[in-house]
Design a protein around this ligand. Structure first.
Ligand code: TYD
Length: 291
C-alpha cells in the first residue's frame, strides 16, 4: 500500500494526502477496515496472492455508498482495476442490497477518466446533495454512478464487431450451460472449433487477421483481453463471462492478452484451417483494409 501511496504518479491527482502516510497508518487502516461498518475496504490480489490495490465502499448509508479504488502501478493494464471494481459493485448490490453507488474523480485525472470512459460510465449530474456536500470546495470533479440493476460495461460492438450474449442456462448449485448454434445464433455455419489453453498470465497471442474467415471468440474460463482493429478503429474488450462472445465477420487484426493464468480462449470458425487466409504482417494488414 505504501508503494502506491508514495508514488506521486499514482496519487498526484487523488483527493487526499497519501504522501505523508506511514507503515503504521497502513496497519491501522487494515485493522480498522476489518471491523468497519460504514466503510468496506478489500484488497485486490493477484493469482499469486500478491497485493495489487484496494477497492472501497465508503459512507455506506441510506442505500448508497461511495466507491473508491487505488492500485499499484504494477497492477495497471492487467485488468485488476476492472476486476476489483466489478467485484465490489457486485457485493454492493447483491450482498449489501444497496440501490446506488457513486464516485467522483478530478477531471484532470486523465488516466481515471479514460478508464471510466472505456468502460462506458457516463457522467452523472443528479448527485444527492448530501454526497456532494462531502466534496464542498473541491473543484473540477466528474461524478459517476451505478444503480442497482444497471448492467456493467454492456457493449453492443467492439471495433464494429458484434458482442453477443450466448444463451446460458443456470442450474441450482450446479453451474450453468452455455450454447450457440451455427447459422441460428451466429450468422454462419461452424466448420472448425479450436481453443487456446495453458497460457500463463501476461502472455499475448494472436497478431494476425483473416481475409475471409468468420469467427466467434469466447472465453468459457478466466479473463482475456481481446484487442481488435479494423476499419472501424482499434478497441479492446475483456472477456471474462462465459455468456459473452464476439463475432468477427470482416478482416480484423486481433491480439489477445491473458489477464489470468489458464484462461481459455475458444473460437468457432466458418471454415477449415487455411494458412493462406492469414495476414500475419501488421503493415500488410493496414494496406489490405485500406485497399
Ligand atoms: P496461431 O494462429 O499462431 O495462434 P495465435 O492464435 O496465437 O495466433 O496458431 C498456432 C499454431 O497452430 C500454428 O502453427 C498454426 C496451428 N493451427 C492449426 O494447425 N490449425 C488451426 O485451426 C489453427 C487455428 C492453428
Amino acid at each position: 500500500m505504501l508503494e502506491w501511496m508514495h508514488d506521486e504518479s499514482m496519487v498526484g491527482k487523488l483527493h487526499g494526502d497519501f504522501a505523508s502516510k506511514t507503515m503504521e497508518d497502513c496497519r491501522q487502516f487494515i485493522r480498522k477496515s476489518k471491523d468497519g461498518h460504514s466503510d468496506i475496504h478489500l484488497a485486490i490480489a493477484s493469482d499469486a496472492d500478491e497485493y495489487m490495490g484496494t477497492v472501497s465502499l465508503k459512507n455506506i448509508e441510506n442505500g448508497s455508498a461511495e466507491f473508491a479504488i487505488a492500485i499499484r502501478k504494477e497492477a495497471m493494464r492487467h485488468g485488476y482495476s476492472w476486476f476489483g471494481m466489478t467485484a465490489i459493485l457486485k457485493k454492493a448490490f447483491e450482498e449489501l442490497g444497496l440501490e446506488s453507488v457513486y464516485w467522483c474523480v478530478s477531471r484532470e485525472n486523465e488516466r481515471a477518466v479514460h478508464f471510466y470512459d472505456k468502460h462506458h460510465f457516463g457522467e452523472t449530474l443528479d448527485i444527492p446533495a448530501g454526497i456532494l456536500d462531502r466534496y464542498r470546495g473541491v473543484r473540477n470533479l466528474k461524478w459517476y454512478s451505478v444503480l442497482k440493476g444497471d448492467e456493467l460495461d454492456v457493449r453492443e460492438r467492439v471495433a464494429g464487431c458484434r458482442v453477443i450474449r450466448i444463451k446460458t442456462i443456470p442450474t441450482v448449485d450446479s453451474g450453468e450451460l452455455s450454447v450457440f448454434e451455427g447459422g441460428q445464433d451466429i450468422p454462419f455455419d461452424i466448420r472448425r472449433v479450436y481453443y487456446i489453453s495453458k497460457v500463463p498470465e501476461g502472455v499475448r497471442r494472436g497478431f494476425h487477421a483473416h481475409k475471409t474467415l468468420k469467427q466467434v471468440l469466447f472465453c468459457p474460463y478466466g479473463r482475456i483481453q481481446l484487442i481488435l482493429e479494423n476499419k472501424h478503429g482499434r478497441e479492446e474488450i475483456d472477456l471474462s463471462d462465459p455468456s459473452i462472445g464476439v463475432v468477427i465477420e470482416e478482416p480484423t487484426w486481433r491480439e489477445m492478452l491473458w489477464l489470468k493464468t489458464d484462461s481459455v480462449l475458444c473460437v468457432a470458425a466458418s471454415d477449415h484451417y487455411d494458412p493462406e487466409d492469414y495476414i500475419r504482417d501488421y503493415e500488410e494488414f493496414c494496406s489490405f483494409i485500406k485497399g
